[in-house]
Design a protein around this ligand. Structure first.
Ligand SMILES: [Zn+2]
Length: 332
């Protein structure tokens, strides 16, 4: 999700670095690499840094406009994920976990935070620049930013929150720049939790998350590589049809895998796999201020018994290496 935490926050266990014995010596083996394609760099606002109950949307509240708005994250679980309370706490926890679990992250958001993370761990952070509205930046400024070399990816592009289709012509030149420079683009398509349109973001429209809305834009930019963030959840049929018609469209699993009911998530992922798109699914978290969410999300994929080990490695790593043209030898 792209919703900012200062408005209202939105949106286990994995093998630790395994110990192996070789001869008499004990050595720590590096964890198999994981690429998280969907991380948000944001300033922590302690006043809004609420803890998070994963799968908090499993019981959509029955509500009434005359009553207080239903809580977004629900703190009612036994063991909520703790929110970081400062930028330093977040950075230390994030980069510490990334080092321990060998995670590389495509991150976008607050430029200062992003530069800090990248400076502290240049091999772990792939900076991404988001634009969802032409008022944020001119096309020239956008192209200059990409040409300077710090940013490697365009995203999160989230026109849905602005009441706009991703094929809106006001964004077209930006996509043209990405196509020209060969920069991959991540576009938010899908849901945003409970009451996004009438409680949180008045311009948001559920219908503007339809994957088919990407088609006109993709037709104008046949060489553009995009990935649909949140896999267009829950519009699986359109997602599958779009990926079939457009050979360079990938998806990420961010956000919905830790917010919607687990059975529902697995049914969605399984359908994508069943439809034959195991090589186009990338792992992502939509991480904001809860460092432990990295492990929670990894475990959703690890525990998917319908996935082979090879399919899991594709989702965690191989598909993103191909999509982002990365040099995989750097992560081994
Ligand atoms: Zn999003």
């Amino acid at each position: 999700m792209r919703q900012k935490l200062n408005i209202q926050p939105l949106f286990i266990m994995l093998a630790c670095a395994s110990l192996t014995f070789s001869g008499h010596a004990q050595e720590t083996k590096k964890h198999l690499p994981i690429i998280d394609v969907h991380v948000h760099a944001m300033k922590v606002n302690p006043a809004f840094a609420n803890d998070l109950c994963p799968w908090f949307l499993k019981n959509m509240p029955g509500s009434d406009p005359k009553q207080p708005a239903p809580s977004f994250l629900s703190n009612g679980c036994a063991d909520p994920l703790k929110a970081a309370k400062s930028d330093k706490e977040m950075q230390d926890a994030l980069l510490g976990t990334a080092e321990r679990l060998n995670i590389i992250m495509v991150a976008s958001g607050d430029a200062t935070i992003l530069h800090n993370w990248h400076k502290a761990a240049p091999n772990r952070i792939i900076p991404s620049i988001g634009i969802s509205n032409p008022k944020e930046m001119t096309v020239k400024a956008f192209e200059d930013s990409l040409s300077k070399g710090f940013y490697k990816v365009m995203g999160e592009v989230a026109p849905q929150y602005q009441g706009m289709s991703p094929s809106d012509m006001s964004l077209d030149e930006y996509f043209g720049v990405a196509e020209k420079l060969g920069v991959p683009v991540g576009i938010h398509m899908g849901t945003g939790g409970n009451g996004m349109a009438n409680i949180t973001a008045p311009k948001y429209r559920a219908s503007l998350g339809r994957p088919f809305l990407l088609e006109d834009m993709l037709a104008r930019h046949p060489k553009l590589k995009i990935w649909v963030m949140h896999a267009g959840y829950p519009m699986i049929d359109e997602m599958i049809a779009l990926m079939g018609a457009n050979a360079y469209v990938y998806v990420d699993l961010a956000g919905f895998i830790w917010s919607y009911p687990l059975e529902e998530i697995h049914a969605y992922l399984q359908r994508l796999i069943q439809a034959g798109f195991g090589k186009r699914i990338m792992y992502g978290t939509d991480l904001m201020i809860w460092p432990k969410l990295l492990e929670t999300s990894i475990n959703v994929i690890e525990s998917a018994n319908y996935l082979s080990e090879e399919q899991k490695r594709d989702i965690f790593f191989n598909n993103a290496v191909r999509f982002f043209n990365l040099d995989e030898s750097k992560f081994k």
